[in-house]
Design a protein around this ligand. Structure first.
Ligand code: PLP
Length: 399
């Protein structure tokens, strides 16, 4: 018998499954609001101008393709640190930050989880309820028991902060808590700055291990304001983890550009932490690929390209916000009684619309509009061509 005879068929990834169904749909009016990707006004994944310039220069220079250092591109890692912590960060000056280039935000979470497992084998990991679906799987794959902390409040469509805080106060010291640094996926509901400050104090009081996931820096208010949670943690004197992803903010999904940063107590600790993190990376994939990190480093270290990038990222942010406002006002003008104004308060690419699984199914079957069964939609998939169609359909299903 085959050595694979006993292999069971794994369940399909729910969102990728949605894509397959969308691709197979023959209706010309179909709309895919399921996938977490930024599409431009023409429904295309953009290739940013700053990226084009940096890529062209790289292609012309034809650099050799030796192995990178285990922790990746030093110029890239420094640029990531400055985005997270600010160019004049005291932590950077004190050598308290270890950063390794990683294969997207997912790769950063993976090496962070593996490193943590070696450090705190018995700790439990807590993720928000709900969270990006891969958080649980990633930390479980690293050997952790993963549980939820209260987060989203379906009544207010915001954060149930009282419940969250009370829960965190009851956790065992050393528990790992995964936090969405901004633009919470899937709900779009973020904490206020004051609530973040309280979370920092709870982490201090309970000796928790904060792990911030930063996958959408620049999509809420801008590069600096979106770093507020990271900055509050960095001012606290605590140690913490941050995973960065540039998949969305540079529209470089398939190049797998991310980073793991670990904030330590001092320079000596940084050297020891980096040495162990390198072992983790070495046994996972040895060292990261060159291209994506080199392009991002080139953009971030050239004042002109950086400005070009921030302008384009700002354009994405403004367009998403316009789609949020457009959807809310279109629903209102169609006489929908339910108040959808929460959609404009939510931040980033996603909204938890409150649509039920049954309503999502009607959208798919009757209109060819694909959303996640939880009611999550990606606002960045809306544009002036499909907005009215989507609003009409939602208005019909919520009647
Ligand atoms: N973390 C969150 C919250 C995300 O939404 C995503 C992507 O959807 C990631 C991490 C992973 O990003 P990447 O595609 O860079 O691995």
């Amino acid at each position: 018998t085959s050595i694979f005879a006993g292999v069971a068929l794994a369940p399909r990834d729910p969102i990728l499954g949605l894509n397959e169904a969308y691709n197979a749909d023959a209706r010309a009016t179909k709309v895919n609001l399921g996938v977490g990707v930024y599409f431009d006004e023409n429904g295309k994944i953009p290739l940013l101008s700053a990226v084009k310039v940096a890529e062209k220069a790289r292609l012309e220079a034809m650099p050799p393709r030796g192995y990178q250092a285990i922790e990746g591109n030093a110029q890239y890692n420094q640029a990531v640190q400055k985005l997270l912590l600010g160019a004049d960060s005291e932590l950077l000056a004190a050598g308290r930050v270890v950063t390794a280039q990683a294969l997207g935000g997912t790769g950063a979470l993976k090496i962070g989880a593996d490193f943590l497992k070696g450090l705190k084998a018995d700790a439990k990991v807590y993720i928000s309820d709900p969270s990006w679906e891969n958080h649980r799987a990633l930390f479980e794959a690293a050997g952790f028991v993963v549980e939820n902390y209260p987060y989203y409040d379906a009544e207010t469509r915001g954060v149930n902060f009282a419940a969250m805080k009370a829960f965190l106060l009851g956790l065992a010291p050393g528990s790992v808590i995964v936090l969405h640094a901004c633009c919470h996926n899937p709900t779009g509901a973020d904490m206020s700055d004051a609530q973040w400050a309280e979370v920092v104090e709870v982490c201090r009081e309970r000796a928790l291990v904060p792990f911030l996931d930063m996958a959408y820096q620049g999509f809420a208010e801008g590069i600096e304001p979106d770093a507020v949670a990271v900055r509050l943690f960095s001012a606290s004197g605590l140690q913490f983890f941050v995973s960065s992803s540039f998949s969305k903010s540079f529209s470089l999904y398939g190049e797998r550009v991310g980073a793991l940063s670990i904030i330590t107590a001092d320079k000596d600790e940084s050297a020891r932490v980096l040495s162990q993190l390198k072992r983790v990376i070495r046994t996972n994939y040895s060292n990261p690929p060159i291209h994506g990190g080199a392009v991002v480093a080139a953009v971030l270290s050239s004042p002109e390209l950086r400005q070009m990038w921030e302008d384009e990222l700002g354009g994405m942010r403004v367009r998403i916000r316009a789609m949020r406002e457009g959807l809310v006002s279109a629903l209102k003008s169609k006489g929908v009684a339910q108040d959808f104004s929460f959609v404009t308060a939510q931040r980033g690419m996603f909204s938890y619309t409150g649509l039920s699984a049954a309503q999502v199914e009607v959208l798919r079957a009757d209109y060819g509009i694909y959303a996640v069964s939880t009611g999550r939609i990606c606002l960045a998939a809306l544009n002036q061509n499909n907005l009215a169609y989507v609003a009409d359909a939602i208005a019909e299903v919520v009647k």
